[in-house]
Design a protein around this ligand. Structure first.
Ligand code: FAQ
Length: 312
């Protein structure tokens, strides 16, 4: 009987149909989705920290309002994604526990510090830009609850990307020499970590083949990285900044840009827990969880009281 279910599932996948929460699915498909969706949710929540660092120091009221809205959106994205992962039968407590104990991953990019205001614009341009490139195809992911969550998330991410690019463009066109230098410095620091966001090269990506077979991933890590680099080159030219890769050049034959070697040892070190801010990020999440204990207790006490009142 299991065989029959499996055949039917494979036929659905081959036909490009969506899988819903109540449909039969192989265990490994479920596990892969819980892994990816929960890591994605953790990334959104941890991703609030580097930018949150600048809310109280934004240069104008307008910039502060935009940044507040962006960081709140990221909190919202985390919540939709936890809800999508819960449909697969894993609880939010289990997911938080995995994050807080250091077992679960979150995106490498959020382990880098935000040193100046230009970092906020650069995160919008490059980090949200990379996130959109990776996430638009997930709107067509075979698991429907994840795909549906991604539609709204992508709309908001594109506002995030625009606001970052516009903030940098303002500094580059109307700013002082010092402000322009600050933008270039931020781009120098964020470029390589941003292109690492797409994950390891295809030949070192253990999950890619199966995830592509299942329609969870629609493009490979290297394909998305290449598309991102090609788009960023033109955007950098308009901004008037230099991307910190002397080997970056157009390849007429491939109709794509060649780029210099990526330092994968840095990537593995950061996802292994030893990046510039890993300890600080995790400690901030654990502290927030502990400080919020009284809220969870109060909500539970209230719910218990309501249900006894109803019974009476
Ligand atoms: N960081 O075999 P693969 C955002 C891990 S955007 C950390 O290629 P897969 C928006 C990978 O998990 C960021 N770990 O894996 C925002 C696996 O380890 P595991 C979040 C990484 O899953 C913007 C191992 O390496 N976006 O939050 C990374 O097929 C601004 C082998 O890799 C998503 O999560 C990395 N960069 O492909 C918020 C998108 N790359 O799990 C605030 C959804 C790889 O076996 C401010 N996720 N690893 O222990 C995906 O598309 C995929 O999971 C990939 C990785 C492409 C990230």
């Amino acid at each position: 009987e299991e065989m029959q279910f499996e055949e039917r599932f494979d036929a659905h996948i081959d036909a490009g149909d969506f899988i819903e929460a109540k449909d039969w699915m192989p265990d490994h498909y479920r596990k892969t989705l819980v892994r990816q969706i929960s890591q994605h949710a953790h990334s959104e929540i941890v991703g609030m920290l580097p930018e949150g660092n600048w809310i109280s120091r934004a240069p104008t009221l307008k910039r502060k309002a935009i940044l507040l809205a962006k960081v709140q959106d990221e909190g919202g994205h985390g919540l939709y994604l936890y809800a999508a992962a819960e449909t697969l039968g894993t609880s939010r407590d289990q997911m938080f526990d995995a994050l807080h104990s250091g077992k679960a991953k979150y995106s490498s990019i959020f382990n880098y510090p935000t040193l100046t205001w230009a970092d906020i614009g650069t995160i919008g341009w490059l980090v949200d830009g990379a996130a959109i490139m990776n996430q638009v195809p997930i709107c067509r992911c075979s698991y429907a609850p994840y795909a549906r969550a991604m539609i709204r998330i992508c709309r908001e991410e594109s506002f995030h990307q625009r606001q970052g690019y516009e903030a940098l463009l303002t500094m580059m066109t109307k700013g002082t020499a010092a402000q322009k230098a600050m933008v270039q410095d931020a781009v120098n620091r964020w470029w390589w970590p941003s292109i690492m966001m797409f994950g390891p090269p295809d030949d070192q990506s253990p999950n890619s083949a199966q995830s592509m077979r299942w329609g969870i991933k629609r493009f490979s890590n290297d394909e998305l990285r290449q598309k991102f680099i090609d788009a960023a080159v033109e955007q950098a030219r308009i901004l008037g900044v230099t991307l910190p890769d002397p080997d970056l050049k157009w390849n007429e034959e491939r109709q794509a840009h060649d780029h210099g070697a990526i330092d994968w040892s840095e990537f593995w070190r950061v996802i292994g827990g030893d990046g510039p801010c890993n300890r600080e990020r995790l400690a901030a999440r654990v502290k927030a969880w502990e400080d919020g204990a009284w809220v969870r207790e109060a909500a539970l006490a209230h719910a218990r009281k309501q249900s006894t009142l109803k019974e009476a």
